[in-house]
Design a protein around this ligand. Structure first.
Ligand code: CP
Length: 359
């Protein structure tokens, strides 16, 4: 890295993504269609392989003796647990830092110094942080530090940094698992190309919908419909990105307005943990943005209902237990574990061994 940290952070996300390449996972913009398709194939292969004892054994040998740190200083259940499980399936040893109060950051240590310390001991850092620049700063530190990991083919690389959620701006691995879920759910109708996605809820501060919107440039004929009260509507930077890439979008004032035409409905929670930073106290989105049994009745027979979770009251509770294959959000979170196996296998270049063994 030839740039100082301020110079690196001052680059646009597109420029930063280009510099990251395949050495880390920080931005949804890093991924092209071929890479997305390859990750989905790899997640499928890992899922198949893990059904058999020999397959589990092989997977568990791939990253044996590698150490992962899960550095999550914002709350998380499924990202933290699915990364832990994915690491275990690949044979990695694991440790975690989840509370800065019991690390030396509480003594005033700078994030970049903490990360430099972490990478003295571990071969991978997965991190969730409230500061949208924290993962980029960690990547910069990893590229500047002397410590390198050696891949099986002999290449030396900086310790990989993976964002498990960066402030309100990016959640790239969630977007990857969402693509995997969309492609699986929409497979009977030709996959994601040509489909209409209805995104609902807190689109202004929802990092999942932002990262997913970036990935849409890799698919043809997509239309995005943003249903939210105006205060929670999608921000201009994403709308400008969609315009620049010729992706159709429009705003809606309720779920009802667009549910019948949607191929996927993606619900989100109001992100009121950011209220102190950016605005008024918790305000529910309102009844127009709560998904009900009536909406389910109007959805296409081939459509799917997604949610990155956790959820509160934005989906009627009885929908959790209906016997309807269109309700996929519980499967979506399990898909996340397989996609995270694929992400880690790709980072450490052991994916081909999974693909070869799975055939
Ligand atoms: N979807 C998601 O990021 O969930 P967690 O906050 O539980 O990790």
């Amino acid at each position: 890295m030839d740039l100082s940290l301020p110079e690196f952070l001052a680059l646009s996300d597109r420029e930063k993504a280009a510099r990251v390449g395949d050495r880390a996972v920080l931005y949804a913009q890093q991924f092209d269609r071929a890479q997305l398709d390859a990750l989905c194939r790899l997640a499928d292969a890992a899922r198949d392989l893990h059904r058999h004892p020999e397959g589990r054994e092989l997977m568990g040998s791939l990253l044996k003796y590698r150490m992962a740190l899960n550095f999550f200083v914002q709350p998380s259940s499924r990202t933290f647990m699915s990364f832990n499980t994915a690491q275990a399936y690949l044979g990695m040893s694991r440790m975690s830092v989840r509370d800065v109060k019991i690390s030396s950051m509480s003594k005033g240590e700078l994030l970049v110094d903490s990360v430099r310390t972490f990478i003295s001991y571990v071969d991978l850092v997965v991190m969730r942080h409230g500061d949208e620049n924290a993962a980029a700063a960690a990547f910069w530190t990893a590229t500047r530090a002397h410590r390198r990991i050696t891949l099986d083919d002999g290449e030396e690389r900086p310790v990989p940094i993976v964002s498990g959620g960066s402030g309100t701006k990016q959640h790239p691995t969630q977007a990857l698992l969402d693509i995997y879920t969309l492609q699986r759910s929409l497979e009977p109708v030709g996959g994601l190309d040509g489909k209409t996605l209805l995104l609902v809820g807190d689109l202004a501060r929802g990092r999942t919908v932002r990262s997913l919107s970036y990935l849409m440039r890799n698919y043809t004929g997509i239309e995005l419909v943003f249903a939210a009260p105006e205060r929670y509507q999608m921000l201009p930077d994403i709308l400008a990105f969609l315009d620049a890439h010729g992706i159709e979008w429009r705003k809606a004032h309720s779920i009802s307005e667009a549910v019948a035409e949607a191929d996927a409905v993606y619900m989100t929670r109001i992100q009121d943990e950011y209220d102190d930073l950016r605005g008024p106290g918790h305000e529910a989105a309102g009844h127009d943005f709560v998904f009900t049994r009536e909406h389910l009745g109007r959805m296409k027979p081939t459509a799917c209902l997604m949610h990155p979770l956790p959820k509160r009251d934005e989906i009627e509770p009885e929908i959790d237990y209906v016997d309807d294959p269109r309700v996929v959000y519980w499967r979506q979170e399990r898909n996340g574990m397989w996609m995270r196996v694929a992400i880690l296998a790709r980072l450490f270049r052991v994916g081909d061994r999974i693909l070869r063994a799975a055939v």
